[in-house]
Design a protein around this ligand. Structure first.
Ligand SMILES: Nc1ncnc2c1ncn2[C@@H]1O[C@H](COP(=O)(O)OP(=O)(O)OP(=O)(O)O)[C@@H](O)[C@H]1O
Length: 286
């Protein structure tokens, strides 16, 4: 972990833990523009521990989504990774640098080891396919051996996120925003991946539904043992969901630590400002 990153005293030294599912080192990402390069992620070091819920916080434009798409190799031009490594340690498989694996290796890892819920993913469900067929698409493409267990697996996954079995036969237009998000979460964990990265999973949902979604995400960790990286500009989301929180500012990681510790005693001025902007939740987290 970089010297400049302030980490709460209780939780120092994570970047070389053998218990890490992901180790990001020295990551630099830039976007080329006609006014020169915009450095969106700068020298970022971060380890994600197996089994934890790690929140990525920071205001709009701080580089959170760029970090996610870069490490998932979904960064599109004019974006480019200019330095760094992202070691991924899937259970029972050899560690790989996600920035170096070839397309086929990446395809094998997607969904079965590494799942992604992009920002605005609720609109990514295919409007002309029933929910059950969207599950089948992912499961059969990546784990064809599970074909015979689909009849049992789909309702079980739906119930895991609080949805009734009849949802399997519905089309996306018959679902509320919160239901769509839960379907996507269930698809994301269908193949029991090591790591799920969710970008702003509660944005655009009303407050009551947000709480339900956060609870379902917490349940997925408990029920599937999945590690979660949850990106949100909303510190309230991290206070409610995360074990640790990493704060980004202008592409840099300025602080990482136990969420209660960070709320109680932020080491960085910017983190303090973020917390002060939600005083009610800040008090609750203490
Ligand atoms: N395609 C692009 N071309 C040029 N600059 C970009 C592009 N995409 C993002 N950026 C810049 O990169 C920086 C980081 O943006 P990013 O979207 O990763 O931040 P964020 O914290 O995820 O914010 P938000 O939640 O609003 O998406 C910003 O300065 C943004 O303007």
């Amino acid at each position: 972990m970089s010297e400049s990153v302030k980490e709460s005293a209780k939780h120092k030294g994570t970047s070389t833990d053998s218990g890490s599912v992901l180790e990001i080192k020295g990551l630099d990402v830039a976007y080329s523009t006609n006014r020169g390069d915009v450095q969106a992620v700068r020298g970022l070091d971060l380890a994600v521990r197996r089994g934890e819920i790690l929140g990525i916080a920071g205001e709009s434009g701080s580089g959170k989504s760029t970090l996610a798409v870069a490490l998932l190799r979904l960064l599109k031009p004019p974006g480019k990774v200019t330095a760094g490594s992202v070691m991924f340690h899937p259970a029972g498989r050899s560690p790989v640098d996600l920035l170096k694996v070839n397309g086929e290796e990446l395809r094998v890892l997607r969904w079965s080891a590494l799942s992604y819920l992009p920002q605005g993913s609720m609109s990514s469900l295919n409007p002309v396919m029933r929910v059950q067929d969207q599950f089948k698409d992912v499961i059969l493409e990546h784990a064809p051996a599970r074909k015979d267990s689909l009849g049992e697996l789909i309702p079980r996954l739906l119930s895991q996120v609080g949805l009734e079995p009849r949802v399997a036969r519905m089309y996306p237009h018959e679902l509320s925003g919160g239901m769509k998000q839960r379907v996507l979460m269930a698809i994301a964990v269908a193949l029991e991946p090591d790591l799920v990265i969710a970008d702003e999973p509660t944005t655009a949902l009303d407050v009551t539904i947000q709480r339900v979604i956060l609870q379902s995400l917490a349940d997925l960790r408990t029920d599937f043992g999945v590690t979660l990286m949850v990106i949100s500009h909303d510190m309230g989301v991290h206070a409610q969901l995360a074990d640790r929180v990493a704060v980004m500012y202008e592409g840099r990681l300025v602080e990482v630590g136990d969420v209660r510790q960070v709320f109680k005693d932020p080491q960085d001025t910017y983190t303090r400002q973020l917390i002060d902007s939600i005083p009610r939740v800040g008090r609750r987290a203490q």
